[in-house]
Design a protein around this ligand. Structure first.
Ligand code: HSE
Length: 297
Protein backbone atom coordinates (compact mmCIF):
# COMPACT_ATOMS: atom_id res chain seq x y z
CA UNK A 1 0.00 0.00 0.00
CA UNK A 2 1.31 3.44 -0.88
CA UNK A 3 0.15 7.00 -1.28
CA UNK A 4 1.45 9.80 -3.49
CA UNK A 5 1.03 13.25 -1.98
CA UNK A 6 1.21 16.91 -2.82
CA UNK A 7 2.89 18.76 0.08
CA UNK A 8 1.97 22.45 -0.11
CA UNK A 9 4.14 25.48 0.47
CA UNK A 10 2.98 27.98 3.10
CA UNK A 11 3.39 31.64 4.02
CA UNK A 12 3.99 32.07 7.73
CA UNK A 13 3.56 35.24 9.81
CA UNK A 14 1.58 37.31 7.27
CA UNK A 15 3.29 40.44 8.68
CA UNK A 16 1.33 40.97 11.88
CA UNK A 17 1.09 37.32 12.94
CA UNK A 18 4.68 36.38 13.78
CA UNK A 19 4.73 32.70 14.79
CA UNK A 20 0.93 32.62 15.13
CA UNK A 21 -0.52 32.87 11.61
CA UNK A 22 0.09 30.95 8.40
CA UNK A 23 -1.44 30.39 5.00
CA UNK A 24 -1.43 27.38 2.67
CA UNK A 25 -0.47 27.85 -0.99
CA UNK A 26 -2.00 25.14 -3.09
CA UNK A 27 -0.17 25.79 -6.34
CA UNK A 28 3.40 25.40 -5.02
CA UNK A 29 4.63 22.27 -3.30
CA UNK A 30 6.63 19.07 -3.14
CA UNK A 31 5.59 15.54 -3.90
CA UNK A 32 6.10 12.57 -1.69
CA UNK A 33 5.41 8.85 -1.79
CA UNK A 34 4.80 7.06 1.50
CA UNK A 35 4.77 3.26 1.34
CA UNK A 36 3.93 0.66 3.96
CA UNK A 37 6.72 -1.87 4.51
CA UNK A 38 6.90 -5.24 6.25
CA UNK A 39 10.04 -4.07 8.03
CA UNK A 40 9.44 -1.89 11.07
CA UNK A 41 10.74 1.66 11.28
CA UNK A 42 11.08 4.59 8.88
CA UNK A 43 13.38 4.59 5.88
CA UNK A 44 13.99 7.37 3.38
CA UNK A 45 14.67 5.65 0.08
CA UNK A 46 14.72 8.45 -2.46
CA UNK A 47 15.30 12.23 -2.44
CA UNK A 48 15.03 14.15 -5.70
CA UNK A 49 15.57 17.89 -6.14
CA UNK A 50 17.54 18.64 -2.98
CA UNK A 51 20.63 17.55 -1.14
CA UNK A 52 19.06 16.34 2.09
CA UNK A 53 20.16 13.62 4.55
CA UNK A 54 18.85 10.09 4.11
CA UNK A 55 19.42 9.28 7.80
CA UNK A 56 15.95 9.20 9.33
CA UNK A 57 16.96 11.05 12.49
CA UNK A 58 18.62 13.86 10.49
CA UNK A 59 15.78 14.31 8.01
CA UNK A 60 12.77 16.55 8.75
CA UNK A 61 10.29 14.04 7.28
CA UNK A 62 12.09 11.19 9.03
CA UNK A 63 11.88 12.85 12.45
CA UNK A 64 8.20 13.77 12.02
CA UNK A 65 7.40 10.20 10.92
CA UNK A 66 9.38 8.66 13.79
CA UNK A 67 7.64 10.89 16.32
CA UNK A 68 4.26 9.81 14.98
CA UNK A 69 5.10 6.12 14.79
CA UNK A 70 6.54 6.16 18.33
CA UNK A 71 3.07 6.75 19.82
CA UNK A 72 1.62 3.82 17.85
CA UNK A 73 2.20 0.12 18.35
CA UNK A 74 2.83 -0.97 14.76
CA UNK A 75 4.34 -4.23 13.54
CA UNK A 76 5.21 -2.71 10.16
CA UNK A 77 7.02 0.38 8.94
CA UNK A 78 7.13 2.98 6.16
CA UNK A 79 9.45 4.09 3.42
CA UNK A 80 9.45 7.59 2.04
CA UNK A 81 10.35 9.08 -1.33
CA UNK A 82 10.75 12.87 -1.35
CA UNK A 83 10.52 14.98 -4.51
CA UNK A 84 11.44 18.55 -3.51
CA UNK A 85 10.24 21.55 -5.47
CA UNK A 86 10.34 24.03 -2.61
CA UNK A 87 13.90 25.16 -2.05
CA UNK A 88 15.36 25.03 1.45
CA UNK A 89 15.70 28.44 3.06
CA UNK A 90 13.17 30.04 0.71
CA UNK A 91 10.68 31.26 3.31
CA UNK A 92 7.72 29.31 1.98
CA UNK A 93 7.85 26.38 4.34
CA UNK A 94 10.14 23.84 2.67
CA UNK A 95 10.75 21.85 5.86
CA UNK A 96 7.10 22.15 6.88
CA UNK A 97 6.00 20.64 3.55
CA UNK A 98 8.11 17.54 4.23
CA UNK A 99 7.15 17.30 7.90
CA UNK A 100 3.42 17.71 7.34
CA UNK A 101 3.35 15.63 4.16
CA UNK A 102 4.79 12.54 5.75
CA UNK A 103 2.48 12.54 8.78
CA UNK A 104 -0.51 13.11 6.52
CA UNK A 105 0.58 10.21 4.32
CA UNK A 106 1.10 7.79 7.20
CA UNK A 107 -2.24 8.80 8.68
CA UNK A 108 -4.01 8.04 5.40
CA UNK A 109 -2.31 4.63 5.12
CA UNK A 110 -3.39 3.82 8.68
CA UNK A 111 -7.05 4.68 7.95
CA UNK A 112 -6.97 8.18 9.50
CA UNK A 113 -6.67 7.47 13.23
CA UNK A 114 -5.66 11.12 13.78
CA UNK A 115 -7.42 14.39 12.94
CA UNK A 116 -5.45 17.04 11.04
CA UNK A 117 -5.02 18.99 14.29
CA UNK A 118 -3.69 15.87 16.05
CA UNK A 119 -1.03 15.55 13.36
CA UNK A 120 0.37 19.05 13.94
CA UNK A 121 2.58 18.19 16.99
CA UNK A 122 4.27 15.33 15.08
CA UNK A 123 5.02 17.62 12.15
CA UNK A 124 6.29 20.28 14.57
CA UNK A 125 9.02 17.90 15.73
CA UNK A 126 10.31 17.71 12.17
CA UNK A 127 10.11 21.50 11.87
CA UNK A 128 12.13 21.82 15.06
CA UNK A 129 14.97 19.83 13.53
CA UNK A 130 15.15 22.20 10.57
CA UNK A 131 14.76 25.57 12.21
CA UNK A 132 15.64 25.08 15.86
CA UNK A 133 12.15 26.08 16.98
CA UNK A 134 8.98 23.99 16.95
CA UNK A 135 6.75 26.70 15.46
CA UNK A 136 3.45 25.56 13.93
CA UNK A 137 2.68 28.47 11.60
CA UNK A 138 3.84 26.52 8.53
CA UNK A 139 2.92 22.93 9.42
CA UNK A 140 -0.60 23.76 10.65
CA UNK A 141 -1.74 25.54 7.46
CA UNK A 142 -0.02 22.85 5.35
CA UNK A 143 -2.20 20.26 7.09
CA UNK A 144 -5.44 22.21 7.52
CA UNK A 145 -5.37 24.44 4.42
CA UNK A 146 -6.24 28.13 4.12
CA UNK A 147 -5.36 30.56 6.92
CA UNK A 148 -4.64 29.02 10.31
CA UNK A 149 -4.15 30.82 13.62
CA UNK A 150 -1.97 29.25 16.28
CA UNK A 151 -3.56 30.82 19.35
CA UNK A 152 -1.24 28.82 21.57
CA UNK A 153 1.54 26.30 21.05
CA UNK A 154 1.45 24.94 24.57
CA UNK A 155 -1.15 23.64 24.94
CA UNK A 156 -1.72 23.55 21.20
CA UNK A 157 -4.77 25.56 20.16
CA UNK A 158 -5.22 25.86 16.38
CA UNK A 159 -8.03 27.72 14.65
CA UNK A 160 -8.84 27.57 10.93
CA UNK A 161 -9.70 31.10 9.72
CA UNK A 162 -12.16 31.69 6.90
CA UNK A 163 -11.05 33.98 4.08
CA UNK A 164 -12.74 35.76 1.19
CA UNK A 165 -13.12 34.08 -2.18
CA UNK A 166 -11.23 36.56 -4.27
CA UNK A 167 -8.07 36.68 -2.20
CA UNK A 168 -4.84 35.80 -4.04
CA UNK A 169 -1.26 35.57 -2.90
CA UNK A 170 1.76 36.53 -4.98
CA UNK A 171 5.09 35.22 -3.70
CA UNK A 172 8.49 36.06 -5.12
CA UNK A 173 11.57 34.10 -4.12
CA UNK A 174 14.91 35.76 -4.83
CA UNK A 175 17.27 32.86 -5.39
CA UNK A 176 19.25 33.17 -2.20
CA UNK A 177 19.01 30.86 0.80
CA UNK A 178 18.17 32.28 4.21
CA UNK A 179 18.11 29.82 7.08
CA UNK A 180 15.22 30.28 9.49
CA UNK A 181 17.63 29.89 12.41
CA UNK A 182 19.74 32.78 11.06
CA UNK A 183 16.66 34.91 10.37
CA UNK A 184 15.51 34.25 13.96
CA UNK A 185 18.89 35.17 15.40
CA UNK A 186 18.56 38.80 14.20
CA UNK A 187 15.35 39.29 16.19
CA UNK A 188 15.19 41.09 19.52
CA UNK A 189 13.85 39.07 22.42
CA UNK A 190 11.85 42.00 23.82
CA UNK A 191 9.27 44.31 22.30
CA UNK A 192 7.95 47.58 23.70
CA UNK A 193 4.41 47.92 24.99
CA UNK A 194 3.73 50.29 22.10
CA UNK A 195 4.86 47.69 19.54
CA UNK A 196 2.76 44.99 21.23
CA UNK A 197 -0.32 47.21 21.11
CA UNK A 198 0.17 47.98 17.39
CA UNK A 199 0.72 44.29 16.60
CA UNK A 200 -2.44 43.24 18.51
CA UNK A 201 -4.47 45.86 16.66
CA UNK A 202 -3.22 44.68 13.29
CA UNK A 203 -3.65 40.98 13.97
CA UNK A 204 -7.20 41.55 15.23
CA UNK A 205 -7.86 43.69 12.16
CA UNK A 206 -6.53 41.07 9.76
CA UNK A 207 -8.58 38.24 11.27
CA UNK A 208 -11.67 40.41 11.30
CA UNK A 209 -11.05 41.52 7.70
CA UNK A 210 -10.70 37.90 6.56
CA UNK A 211 -14.02 36.93 8.13
CA UNK A 212 -15.95 40.00 7.00
CA UNK A 213 -14.39 40.06 3.51
CA UNK A 214 -13.21 43.59 4.16
CA UNK A 215 -10.30 43.83 1.73
CA UNK A 216 -9.29 47.33 2.82
CA UNK A 217 -9.09 46.22 6.44
CA UNK A 218 -6.98 43.21 5.38
CA UNK A 219 -4.62 45.59 3.58
CA UNK A 220 -4.41 48.11 6.45
CA UNK A 221 -3.64 45.32 8.87
CA UNK A 222 -0.72 43.80 6.95
CA UNK A 223 1.86 45.77 8.94
CA UNK A 224 4.79 44.62 11.03
CA UNK A 225 6.94 46.97 13.08
CA UNK A 226 8.60 44.22 15.09
CA UNK A 227 10.16 41.67 12.76
CA UNK A 228 10.13 43.19 9.27
CA UNK A 229 12.51 46.10 10.00
CA UNK A 230 15.14 43.65 11.29
CA UNK A 231 14.77 40.88 8.74
CA UNK A 232 14.18 42.99 5.66
CA UNK A 233 17.85 44.00 5.77
CA UNK A 234 18.71 40.39 4.86
CA UNK A 235 16.54 40.50 1.71
CA UNK A 236 17.83 42.18 -1.47
CA UNK A 237 15.55 44.92 -2.77
CA UNK A 238 12.88 44.27 -0.14
CA UNK A 239 11.62 47.85 0.14
CA UNK A 240 11.39 48.31 -3.65
CA UNK A 241 9.63 44.97 -4.19
CA UNK A 242 7.07 45.76 -1.51
CA UNK A 243 6.53 49.33 -2.73
CA UNK A 244 6.05 48.18 -6.33
CA UNK A 245 3.59 45.50 -5.22
CA UNK A 246 1.50 48.11 -3.40
CA UNK A 247 1.68 50.51 -6.36
CA UNK A 248 0.44 47.70 -8.63
CA UNK A 249 -2.64 47.31 -6.47
CA UNK A 250 -1.73 44.78 -3.77
CA UNK A 251 -3.68 45.12 -0.54
CA UNK A 252 -0.48 44.69 1.45
CA UNK A 253 2.53 42.47 1.81
CA UNK A 254 5.70 41.69 3.64
CA UNK A 255 8.23 38.95 4.30
CA UNK A 256 7.02 35.41 3.72
CA UNK A 257 7.93 33.39 6.81
CA UNK A 258 11.54 34.04 7.71
CA UNK A 259 12.35 35.18 4.15
CA UNK A 260 13.86 35.79 1.69
CA UNK A 261 10.55 35.30 -0.17
CA UNK A 262 8.28 38.34 -0.24
CA UNK A 263 4.50 37.99 -0.39
CA UNK A 264 1.64 40.27 -1.36
CA UNK A 265 -2.10 39.69 -1.02
CA UNK A 266 -4.45 41.02 -3.68
CA UNK A 267 -8.14 41.07 -4.50
CA UNK A 268 -8.63 39.13 -7.73
CA UNK A 269 -6.35 37.14 -10.00
CA UNK A 270 -5.83 39.96 -12.45
CA UNK A 271 -4.41 42.25 -9.75
CA UNK A 272 -2.30 39.45 -8.28
CA UNK A 273 -0.75 38.91 -11.71
CA UNK A 274 -0.10 42.62 -12.17
CA UNK A 275 1.56 42.60 -8.78
CA UNK A 276 3.69 39.63 -9.87
CA UNK A 277 4.87 41.57 -12.93
CA UNK A 278 5.71 44.63 -10.83
CA UNK A 279 7.63 42.58 -8.25
CA UNK A 280 9.52 40.66 -10.94
CA UNK A 281 10.59 43.90 -12.63
CA UNK A 282 12.53 44.96 -9.53
CA UNK A 283 14.63 41.79 -9.59
CA UNK A 284 14.95 41.91 -13.39
CA UNK A 285 16.46 45.37 -13.02
CA UNK A 286 18.78 44.13 -10.27
CA UNK A 287 19.78 41.14 -12.45
CA UNK A 288 18.74 38.84 -9.64
CA UNK A 289 17.27 35.42 -10.34
CA UNK A 290 13.89 34.66 -8.80
CA UNK A 291 10.85 32.41 -8.89
CA UNK A 292 7.39 33.88 -8.69
CA UNK A 293 4.01 32.30 -8.05
CA UNK A 294 0.41 33.46 -7.94
CA UNK A 295 -1.88 31.31 -5.84
CA UNK A 296 -5.57 31.44 -5.02
CA UNK A 297 -6.19 31.14 -1.30
N1 HSE B 1 7.35 32.03 12.21
C1 HSE B 1 8.58 31.49 11.70
C2 HSE B 1 9.61 32.60 11.65
C3 HSE B 1 8.34 30.95 10.34
O1 HSE B 1 9.26 33.67 11.17
O2 HSE B 1 10.74 32.41 12.09
C4 HSE B 1 9.53 30.36 9.68
O3 HSE B 1 9.16 29.85 8.43
Amino acid sequence: KEIRLFCPATIANLSCGFDVLGLCLDTIGDEMVVRKTVEKGIRITKIVGADLPFETEKNVAGVAAMTMVSVLDLDFGFEIEIYKNIKAGSGIGSSAASASGVVFGINELLGKPFSMKDLVPFAMEGEKLASGSAHADNVAPALLGGFVLIRSCNPLDIIRIESPDELYATVIHPQIELKTSDARSVLKQNVTLKQAVIQCGNLGGLISGLYTEDYDLIGRSLQDEIVEPLRSMLIPGFDSVKRKALQAGALGGGISGSGPSIFALSKGKHTAEKVATAMSKVYDEMNLKYEIHVSKI
